[in-house]
Design a protein around this ligand. Structure first.
Ligand code: AMP
Length: 400
């Protein structure tokens, strides 16, 4: 079945059409600057026809979806003849709160429930809903499925997801750890089990999703038991531009010193921090940081060392939380491609009995590879994530 996968941001919309029988991407692209001016990038992957980028007025998400559907059905560039060849649409939804523990077919009740938890992701959920409604308007007979970034983590035990704050703040406002990148953590932890010829229920796996946003999860016997992101994606690892863990008292302190409010501080912690902040504004891109480090830039060196140190600490914590670990997976942009950043992490995992073949590490970019040696006590892999494929499969499973 052909599934249209939609990932809607406030001013952008990413899409892919995936044939779930072959897992092949037929077409993909991106609408940007929606509501500002607008552009669409489209690629017919099936026929390898190359990328087309066109600047065009895109006043809202409905217009963006209509441009996407036009491109998909276009006689020259298209991959389908008409919209009936799309079996369903899978929508990435950032926050499902405690209401959604798995993907669901979209109904009016589901839309209302997503809206209810929008408080928890005020930038993302309303944009995600806009995407659903725009698709419904243009494809009224096609089923829609909502796939939540938070759902995979809903198996965490209470001791892992509760913050040590007054209970009423949890009961009244649902303030707790939710975790994100769930589709990626679920995909990698289940696919690696297949590669190993095992059932995920036999394995203790730590998934390190290391991209611009980054999180670690502890997946014990197929279920997530802990993850590093929290109420929002700000907690946990040092990321491209996000600080990750810090003392909450920092918020008031910065607000006082910089004459701003909590929102102003959160903007600093989300957009100006992480390796970008540590490198004194140099870059959030790891390629730039390594180049600068090699040119002797001390701030870039510190940013990379601090970033890796945080990952090492989380791996240690999650090995402890599961009382052992069988498999560690590196995924996402940095985890899949950055051989040197991986080395900064794994050189500190010897205490777990991890042994790595440096030559395999150094030559592995963007493909599945086992980095560990045959005598390693823990198996370590690079495993490329594929959130779109995971969303397409979840969608297919619900509508088939
Ligand atoms: P993601 O958020 O998963 O798309 O990851 C994006 C990040 O991956 C970029 O900001 C880069 O820092 C990093 N990245 C991508 N390719 C490479 C590469 N070849 N070497 C080092 N870092 C990379």
């Amino acid at each position: 079945m052909n599934i249209l996968v939609i990932n809607c941001g406030s001013s952008s919309l990413k899409f892919q059409v995936i044939d779930t029988e072959t897992s092949n991407v037929l077409a993909k692209g991106l609408c940007e600057r929606i509501g500002i001016d607008g552009s669409i990038t489209y690629e017919n992957v099936r026929d390898k026809s190359g990328k087309i980028k066109e600047d065009t007025q895109i006043e809202d998400h409905k217009k963006a979806i209509s441009l996407v559907l036009d491109a998909l059905t276009d006689v020259k560039t298209g991959v389908i003849r008409n919209l009936s060849e799309i079996g369903a649409v899978g929508h990435r939804i950032v926050h499902g709160g405690e209401k959604f523990t798995k993907s669901v077919v979209v109904t009016p009740e589901v839309i209302a429930a997503i809206r209810e938890v929008s408080d928890l992701a005020p930038l993302h959920n309303p944009a995600n809903l806009t995407g659903i409604q725009a698709c419904q308007a243009l494809m009224p007979n096609t089923p829609m499925v909502a796939v939540f970034d938070t759902a995979f983590h809903q198996t965490m035990p209470e001791k892992a997801y509760r913050y040590a704050i007054p209970k009423r703040l949890y009961t009244d406002y649902k303030i707790r750890r939710y975790g994100f990148h769930g589709t990626s953590h679920a995909f990698v932890s289940s696919e690696i089990a297949k590669v190993l010829g095992k059932d995920a229920k036999e394995l203790k796996t730590i998934v390190c999703h290391l991209g611009n946003g980054a999180s670690v999860s502890a997946v014990e016997y197929g279920k997530c038991i802990d993850t590093s992101m929290g109420l929002t994606p700000l907690e946990g690892l040092i990321m491209g531009t996000r600080s990750g863990d810090l003392d909450p008292a920092v918020v008031e302190y910065i607000a006082g010193k910089e004459n701003t409010d909590a929102a102003g501080v959160l903007s600093i912690l989300n957009k100006e921090s992480g390796v970008l902040g540590l490198s004194d504004g140099l870059s959030s891109d790891f390629r730039d940081l390594w180049k600068a480090r090699e040119d002797g830039n001390q701030d870039a060196a510190l940013a990379l060392d601090a970033w890796a140190y945080r990952v090492v600490k989380y791996i240690g914590a999650y090995a402890a939380a599961m009382n052992g670990v069988d498999v560690i997976c590196f995924t996402a942009g940095v985890g899949e491609n950055d051989t040197k950043s991986r080395k900064l992490i794994y050189k500190n995992l010897g205490y777990l009995g991890v042994e790595i073949d440096d030559a395999v590490n150094d030559s592995t970019r963007g493909e599945i590879a086992e980095l560990s040696t045959p005598s390693s006590k823990v198996r370590v892999f690079v495993f490329p994530t594929n959130e779109e494929l995971a969303i397409a499969r979840e969608t297919y499973d619900l509508v088939k």
